[in-house]
Design a protein around this ligand. Sequence first.
Ligand SMILES: [Zn+2]
Ligand SMILES: [Zn+2]
Length: 216
Amino acid sequence: MSEMYQKEITMTTQYVPPEWAFEFHAHECPFMPIGYRMGKLALEFLGVEKEADHGFFVFPELGEGHPQTCMMDGMQIATGATYGKVMIAKTFYGKLAATFYHPQKGAVRYSLLPDFIDAMGKFEFFVYRKKGIEPSHIPLEVRREVIQWVYDQPDKVLFKVEAKPDFTYTPVKGSFNKTKCSVCGEYVFDRYVRTKDGQPVCIPCSGYEKPVLIER
Ligand SMILES: [Zn+2]
Ligand SMILES: [Zn+2]
C-alpha cells in the first residue's frame, strides 16, 4: 500500500485542495486548506456550484497583522469568488470566520471553533511560526503533519455553522464609463472621477485624498 493511498483512506474530509491550489498559494500551510474546505462546505450548504462569474460573495472576518489570513486564498479557490472579480471583501473584525452569500440561495457563516484553534496551536508548525519563521522555511514534514491532522478532523470539530437568513448585500452598480484625467491623461472609471478647477481629474491628481488608497 503506497503512502498516498494510506493518506487518502485516513482523510475525514473529501475537500482537500487540488495541487494547483498549493501552487497558487505558493506554500504548504494548514490555513489555505481550511479556507478551501470552508468554501466547499458553504457551496454545499447553499446548494450552489463554484461561481463562474459575479454571483457569489465571500466576506471573511479577517483583518491584517495577524496569522491565518491564508484561509482567504482557499476560500477564493473553492468558491470562485475571487479578489480580481471583486467578490471577496474583508470585514476587518480580526476573527477566523467568513460569511458566504448567494443572492438567490441565502447566506451561511462558518467560524473556526476555539477548541480546534487551541488543539491546532499545539503542533510544532506554530513553534516555528511564533519564532517568525515563514511557512516555506519550516520543514515539510512539520507542515504536512498539521495539514494531515486537519484533514483527519471531522467538520464539526473545525466549524461552527450558522445560517444567516436575514443577510443581504447590494454590490455597487457597475459601469463601463470612463474619463481621461485632465492632469495625467490616464483613464479613470467614472465613479472615481473628481473635479478640480472644473475639470475631471483622477484621485491622485485631485489632491483631495491621500494618494494611495488601501482597502480598509
Ligand atoms: Zn499559507
Ligand atoms: Zn490624473
